[in-house]
Design a protein around this ligand. Structure first.
Ligand code: SF4
Length: 395
């Protein structure tokens, strides 16, 4: 009695895989079917083949230095160890001199990207943040960020990429002049996650509509943009797929999503979600592979190697083509428990899997052009670009 049903389902899966293999993206119905029912091996094979056709056998990374401008944040996401409230004896922000010192260490280590990560709008709830900003002549954290990205650009030539949370149109316009690209994780379109006790409870900046607005406005302003989803934070598979489709429709409208980042939740001590279940590597692989089929072969899909311990080549098998930023200088402040692999090790493991590791800049080669890059940044960018718009080989 069961056999004909299985055959029917198998052929639907094969058809969905075949549509994915054409590289033009799949419909939501196909994505859900593959997410829930496809054999993992078949799914991975289709995704890896599509990546090879669209991106070649190259896996990229960006050599970055991490500048955590402030850990203060007005949100209280259930999984976050980056954020903090003001603490006596701790400065609320890095000073300009501290920012420059970290950036200069990055230059000495051959970095090209200055990744600014920070909490979202702390000045709206913390007097300590307002007091620091006023004393230094700024009104908002994003004003200060604009000044610090300019400082780093001018004094060190590193290419800034900031991840400062929700941004308005004016913030984006200003940051476009000092950042070769910007980022904001969508994380999830699920509004359920903002309910009491869920991952985005007490996190007003995690309202999906707000984040989608920022990402859309970045598209209008021709900003090469990094976004993505965080999996395993209480979302359903359907919500996961919906989040990927929300990103895809913005990319279809504006063509500005330079990479789609898929990150697994990691349970961290001293957070509300310390006992939460982490997604397995197979779950992450499945999501990556479905994302590859949703976006097609040409879009950059990234997953960080330091969140799956030594298993990271398994992510290559799922169709990614980028490892994200790797720092030879600073630790991963967002996931401090997870050390980045050494770059030569990453290159050797990529080679063993049949891929070449290439260093890219904070803006991907296909976005390193006058449409996306502000005139103020072009000289600094040209200094770091090789002929094929990947990073110029370091000495
Ligand atoms: S994840 Fe980001 S927005 Fe949420 S608490 Fe941490 S720093 Fe704030």
């Amino acid at each position: 009695m069961g056999a004909p049903e299985l055959k029917f389902s198998t052929s639907r899966i094969d058809d969905a895989l075949a549509r994915g293999a054409r590289g033009a993206g799949i419909a939501r119905e196909d994505a859900m079917l593959l997410m829930e029912e496809a054999a993992l091996g078949d799914l991975l094979e289709a995704a890896a083949r599509l990546r090879d056709a669209g991106r070649g056998r190259i896996v990229s990374y960006s050599r970055k230095v991490f500048i955590p401008l402030t850990h203060l944040c007005r949100d209280y996401c259930g999984y976050c160890t980056f954020r903090s409230d003001p603490k006596p004896g701790h400065a609320p922000y890095m000073t300009p001199a501290e920012v420059l010192a970290v950036a200069e260490a990055g230059v000495r280590a051959g970095c090209k990207e200055a990744l600014f990560s920070l909490g979202d709008q702390p000045e709206r709830i913390f007097p300590e943040a307002r007091e620091f900003l006023t004393r230094h002549g700024y009104e908002t954290t994003l004003d200060y960020l604009a000044a610090m990205t300019l400082l780093v650009l001018e004094k060190t030539g590193l290419l800034p990429h900031a991840n400062p949370g929700v941004m308005g149109a004016d913030d984006l316009a200003r940051l476009r002049q000092t950042n070769v690209s910007l980022g904001l994780m969508l994380e999830s379109t699920s509004t359920r996650l903002r309910h009491k006790g869920a991952a985005h409870w007490r996190a007003p900046d995690k309202a999906p509509a707000l984040r989608l607005c920022t990402i859309e406005e970045a598209g209008r302003q021709r900003i090469a943009f990094t976004t993505g989803i965080l999996i395993g934070i209480g979302e359903t598979l359907a919500e996961r797929v919906d989040s990927l489709f929300a990103i895809r429709s913005l990319h279809q409208a504006y063509g500005h999503i330079q990479e789609v980042l898929i990150q697994p939740f990691r349970a961290k001590a001293d957070t509300r979600m310390a006992n939460g279940d982490e997604p397995s590597v197979a779950d992450l692989q499945r999501t990556l592979a479905v994302a590859r089929l949703i976006f097609g072969g040409g879009v950059n899909i990234q997953s960080p190697p330091n969140l799956v311990s030594d298993d990271y080549p398994l992510l290559l098998a799922a169709g990614i083509n980028d490892w994200g930023g790797i720092s030879p200088v600073t630790r991963d402040f967002i996931n401090p428990e997870a050390a980045w692999p050494q770059i030569p090790t990453l290159a050797a493991r990529a080679r063993e899997s049949g891929y070449e590791l290439r260093e890219r800049l904070a803006v991907y080669p296909e976005f390193a052009n006058a449409y996306f890059i502000a005139p103020e940044l072009r000289v600094a960018l040209a200094r770091h670009c090789g002929n094929d718009l990947y990073a110029r080989e370091s000495a």
